[in-house]
Design a binder for this molecule. Structure first.
Ligand code: ARG
Length: 563
């Protein structure tokens, strides 16, 4: 459709003003009062043509109005051209939406590396991990759906002085059992104890540093202990990841780069990028005006740091995968670190792929008691359990209006979906509010609302006995037209969400689609309509269900067929 309109517009411009090669941008207005499609081209070329945008728009309009596909053309504002398409042209276009429900086969091309979640060793996943975990997973899902070759990477924090602290704590206050016998909660409790005790005994810090140094030097007992803790940590992650529909291709964490840092430190010294800092340390300095403090890459005692491992990680990823893009999803607190990292790589004269540190705001809790809970860890496992219980209660409250053969399974899908959608429907650049009420509401921008709308649409299609035959219409009602136009915006919503790395763009789209579908459903008889309306309405209902299901799954959320 767009290409034939573009040709008409271009031809009219060539005929009237002798200009060619004009790019015509098309938009789909959100507001149905502005037509089905619109273009600002008249305003864009006014200068070049030397005529007023209105004059140019008029020229274009008279050419367009002769097309069969077009029902009406109007000039709006300073020279916008708003176009209303005829019913069959609009319906034909829906095949693009139907196509974009299916994943594009993965292209053979350099990959996009998406790194997310990245929990640290010996700690259970906490509420705050929801942010990078879900945002990263849904960004990766969208890339994959659009045919990109992706590598999903969990960069586990399994190396560093923090591990020295844990070793000291286990040595001092542990109950002397086999390393593999410590549960993740026991390890966390010991780590927390270290931080309490160090308040009164500062020598513990030195002990921890020296334990980590011995581990770096290959101490056998410490290595065995470390290995056990890594496997306990990884095992504790898998259930939660599975429940959240989160998965990775790789989980090479910080420890993987142990033997890859030394040559890079040498390279940096030779290139005069790593220079001597205080107490024999190595640092990177940044030009005035960048406002970045020096970047510590090796401590005075020779120990490496988080930064050193990230430098090695970058080199390794570039050499091994030749990625065309690297995305690292983290909390806003890491912003400076990644700016320093990127600048350091540039000073080393490395050719970098497109690199983005996809930042998230902090998590805030609507329920104050959640942020002040003792010990300060709100385990993700517990949150998901509570979500399921709360969903169960909701289902019971709704009585007969919710239909299911398996209330326990529905409660899980709804509860976990509510949490995930609750996060993903918010703009990641702002603080993300965790609010049980909002997440589980049935009529707001929430998973239950999306899930319920999907189930409603599916049940209509089922009652209709499926979609049948060719779909046509000689006229469209207002609600039908609005629904069609929203469905037509799906491919664009996917692209926009991918390009901005913002899953909430897709979530907002799904919410809008639900609202437009429900308005249509409430106003127009579907099963009782006569043909050809009935066929069209069932088709629109089916397409709505498909789009909701695909969109939700890209946001890690399942939608039941019945509820
Ligand atoms: N494990 C780190 C943390 O929990 C985040 C790692 C981010 N990724 C990276 N490549 N440094 O704070």
């Amino acid at each position: 459709m767009f290409s034939s309109l573009t040709t008409t517009v271009q031809k009219s411009l060539t005929d009237a003003y002798g200009i060619s090669d004009i790019t015509v941008a098309w938009e789909r207005p959100q507001d149905s009062a502005h037509g089905d499609i619109a273009t600002p081209v008249a305003m864009q070329i006014a200068k070049q043509v030397g005529k007023s945008p209105k004059d140019i728009a008029e020229t274009i309009c008279s050419a367009l109005s002769s097309l069969d596909a077009i029902e009406n053309v109007e000039i709006a504002g300073p020279g916008y051209i708003n176009i209303w398409l005829g019913p069959s042209a609009l319906i034909d276009e829906l095949s693009q939406t139907a196509d974009s429900v299916l994943p594009i086969p993965r292209r053979k091309e350099d990959p996009v590396i998406v790194e997310y979640s990245q929990p640290n060793i010996a700690k259970p996943l906490g509420a705050h991990h929801l942010l990078t975990t879900l945002i990263g997973q849904s960004i990766a899902n969208i890339y994959e759906h659009l045919g990109f070759n992706t590598v999903k990477w969990n960069y586990i924090g399994d190396w560093g002085t923090q591990f020295g602290k844990l070793a000291v704590a286990v040595e001092r206050w542990g109950d002397k059992k086999e390393p593999s016998q410590y549960s993740i909660d026991e390890l966390l409790a010991l780590y927390v104890r270290f931080h309490e005790e160090v308040e009164n005994d500062a020598t513990l810090e030195d002990e921890a540093r020296s334990a980590f140094k011995r581990l770096e030097e290959g101490d056998a007992a410490l290595t065995a202990f470390w290995e056990a803790v890594v496997s306990t940590t990884k095992a504790s992650l898998s259930d939660v990841y599975e429940a959240l529909h989160v998965s990775f291709d790789l989980d090479y964490g910080e420890s993987f780069y142990q033997d890859k840092m030394e040559p890079l430190l040498q390279e940096g010294i030779e290139k005069h990028v790593f220079v001597e800092g205080e107490g024999g340390s190595l640092i990177v300095q940044f030009p005035e005006g960048t406002n970045m403090p020096p970047y510590l890459v090796r401590k005075g005692d020779g120990a490496t740091l988080y930064s050193t491992r990230d430098i090695a990680q970058m080199r390794y990823r570039i050499d091994t995968y030749h990625p065309k893009e690297v995305l690292i999803v983290t909390d806003i607190a890491q912003k400076l670190h990644f700016e320093q990292l990127e600048e350091t790589c540039k000073q080393l004269q490395w050719t970098l792929p497109s690199f983005t540190n996809v930042l998230t705001g902090r998590m805030r809790f609507a329920d104050k008691s959640m942020s002040t809970r003792k010990g300060n860890v709100l385990k993700l496992e517990d949150i998901l359990m509570e979500a399921t219980q709360r969903a169960e209660k909701k289902i019971a409250e709704h009585g007969d209006t919710i239909q299911t053969d398996n209330p326990a399974e529905l409660a899980r899908i709804m509860g976990i979906g509510a949490v995930s959608y609750g996060i993903l429907s918010q703009n990641r650049k702002q603080d993300i509010v965790f609010d049980w009420e909002k997440m589980l509401s049935f009529d707001g921008n929430s998973a239950p609302y999306i899930q319920y709308t999907h189930a409603r649409a599916r049940s209509v299609v089922e009652k209709a006995g499926g979609v049948s035959g060719a779909v046509s219409a000689s006229e469209l009602s207002e609600k039908e037209r609005v629904l069609i136009n929203t469905l037509l915006r799906f491919p664009r919503a996917l692209d926009d969400a991918r390009i901005a790395h913002m899953p909430h763009i897709l979530a907002n789209f799904l919410y809008q689609l639900c609202q437009d579908f429900n308005a249509f459903y409430n106003d127009e008889p579907i099963l009782k309509a006569s043909e050809p309306q009935r066929g069209l309405r069932v088709y629109l209902t089916d397409l709505t269900a498909q789009v909701l299901k695909t969109g939700a799954s890209l946001l890690t959320i399942s939608v039941p067929d019945r509820m």
